[in-house]
Design a protein around this ligand. Structure first.
Ligand SMILES: *Cc1c(COP(=O)(O)O)cnc(C)c1O
Length: 302
């Protein structure tokens, strides 16, 4: 059995002078506290997929990820708890013969079988993820429910749409904010908002302009058959690229942790909060704006 989730996740006020000076209210939606083994937005996105897998009688999940993928660990933990098999196709064939890092070790301990692909094989396999399971490396694993890299598909978006549904009284002065990796979480938040409220995503990778907007739009079409115009993505706070944590960002995260007593995951959550702080200081939000930052995950254990 999968351990129960803490729902709704806590919503807490965050008093901070930068925001106060700008006349902006900041709240934190503590999705980092959602689940002990399937963290934050990974649980939001996986839950409806797992329910569908079980309902459709699937016995094996297959998905993709890099050497430190939180998504891989989350799928491994959830599948293990539900008595499903899981397969992880990992980017980087050179990892096959090396001692496992903590992340891949955790996935294997939860029961996931790993197969290591070259960059080219990986690109091809992820590109085909939606198209079926008969060709390429995933075909070797027989009948599987295939989840895309990062876990963002139409069902995942409907799972993330429950986040704004847990925020009472949203209106025209509200902006609900999250980091953007694949865009699934942002797509869900935007779709779940009531009229007037808006969503803001902060891209954590470099050079995502156009591509990430296209992904959010594609996911909206897949999940709801329509587009939404209540969201946008900030591309100016990626800190140099995916996984990069420049010294300035690390210092910001340490200050924030010391002041507010909340541990900050660095690759996504710290970037989001640093971006909001910078935007508020620069007067990017009208006075009276209420920001809700979704704390989408926990710091890595190592
Ligand atoms: C995976 C992850 C994200 C990225 O979410 P997307 O839906 O892929 O945009 C954001 N925050 C944390 C903490 C994550 O682990």
């Amino acid at each position: 059995m999968l351990e129960p989730a803490l729902l709704p996740t806590p919503l807490v006020d965050c008093t901070d002078e930068v925001f106060a000076r700008a006349g902006v209210e900041l709240r934190l939606k503590r999705d980092d506290l959602l689940h002990p083994s399937v963290p934050g937005n990974k649980w939001r996105k996986l839950a409806p997929n797992l329910a569908a897998a079980v309902a459709q009688g699937h016995t094996r999940l297959l998905t993709f990820g890099g050497a430190y993928s939180t998504h891989l660990r989350a799928v491994a933990a959830a599948a293990g708890a539900l008595g499903l098999e899981s397969v992880g196709l990992v980017r980087g064939e050179e990892l096959a013969d090396r001692p496992r890092n903590w992340s891949l070790r955790a996935a294997e301990r939860a029961g996931m079988r790993l197969e290591f692909l070259t960059r080219a094989e990986y690109r091809e396999a992820t590109g085909r993820a939606d198209a079926g399971t008969t060709a390429g490396p995933q075909g070797r694993w027989g009948h599987c429910l295939v989840l895309p890299e990062g876990g963002s598909n139409a069902l995942a978006v409907t799972g993330a749409a429950a986040i704004p549904a847990e925020l009472p009284d949203l209106g025209g002065h509200d902006v609900v904010c999250c980091p953007v990796g694949t865009g699934g979480t942002l797509a869900g938040i935007a779709a779940g908002l009531p009229p007037g409220a808006r969503a803001l995503g902060v891209a954590v990778l470099r050079g995502g302009e156009g591509y990430l907007e296209g992904e959010v739009t594609r996911l909206h079409r897949a999940a709801y058959g329509r587009e939404f115009d209540n969201w946008r993505i900030d591309h100016a706070h990626h800190g140099g690229g995916y996984g990069k944590v420049p010294a300035e960002l690390a210092a910001f995260a340490e200050r924030f942790e010391a002041r507010h007593g909340i541990p900050l995951e660095r690759r996504y959550v710290a970037k989001l909060l640093a971006a909001l702080t910078g935007l508020a200081a620069a007067g990017a939000f009208p006075r009276g704006t209420r920001l809700t930052a979704v704390v989408t995950g926990l710091p890595d254990p190592e």
